[in-house]
Design a binder for this molecule. Structure first.
Ligand SMILES: C[S@@+](CC[C@H](N)C(=O)[O-])C[C@H]1O[C@@H](n2cnc3c(N)ncnc32)[C@H](O)[C@@H]1O
Length: 212
């Protein structure tokens, strides 16, 4: 899928009340920002925010945060949000590597959706389910750890099942074909997923937890 270049992306980001500027200032204060103590779900690499915005509409009693590195993507997500009056969603323009500077132990669920697979062994450390990332997640989960991962990439999926289980996560749901799964798994599609769904590509899904 091509990434669109957004004219005035920087300006859109700066002017959006949905994009939190200086997010490190809110470490341990995200509930204050949302003015409630509802759960916080974080999507890493949120892209144009398609899934997280629709989740925020559907689940008003959950707070959502979409974090994205790419300026054009986050500007598009911000533009979509400008036509809503949602108060349970925020966007962060930053690198996922920086999450421990942005969050304390405040996050209930992390979504990893169609993350880059980084297929070469040399790039393994960039995969969002590499052990170094799982260690970062430990530092921002409020209590129980909960990761939901969706991908069309078999290699990344197999790798993630391995790293998660080696890290003592257990799998509440695993699906090798989310959209044709008889269990009717609750799901809201991302931008990439909509495209892959049209192409009838199977989507791999895992809902993983670690409870103390
Ligand atoms: C393949 S896209 C998927 C976007 C969206 N989740 C979807 O499914 O439509 C992966 C996204 O992750 C973002 N990304 C990659 N590495 C990142 C990082 N280290 N921190 C934050 N975002 C990152 C990319 O910019 C890109 O928008």
């Amino acid at each position: 899928m091509e990434y669109n270049i957004v004219k005035n992306a920087k300006e859109i980001i700066n002017n959006s009340s949905f994009v939190v500027k200086n997010p490190t200032n809110y470490k341990n204060k995200w509930h204050d920002l949302f003015h409630n103590h509802n759960k916080i779900y974080l999507e890493l690499g949120t892209g144009r925010g398609e899934m997280i915005i629709n989740m925020a509409k559907k689940f008003p009693n959950i707070n959502f945060i979409g974090l994205e590195l790419n300026e054009n993507q986050i500007a598009t997500a911000a533009q979509k949000l400008n036509s809503t009056n949602l108060n349970n969603i925020k966007l962060i323009h930053d690198d996922a590597r920086n999450i421990i500077n942005i969050f304390g132990k405040e996050i209930d669920t992390i979504y990893l959706t169609f993350s880059e697979p980084w297929p070469k062994r040399i790039d393994e450390k960039n995969r969002f389910t590499h052990e170094s990332y799982l260690k970062l997640y430990d530092r921002i989960f409020k209590k129980d750890k909960h990761i939901i991962l969706k991908t069309d990439n078999k290699g990344l999926f197999a790798y993630s099942l391995q790293t998660l289980s080696q890290y003592w996560y257990v799998f509440d749901v695993v699906s090798l074909d989310l959209h044709n799964d008889e269990r009717n798994i609750t799901n809201i599609m991302t931008d990439f997923e909509i495209q892959y769904y049209k192409e009838k590509r199977p989507i791999y899904y895992v809902d993983a937890t670690f409870k103390e």
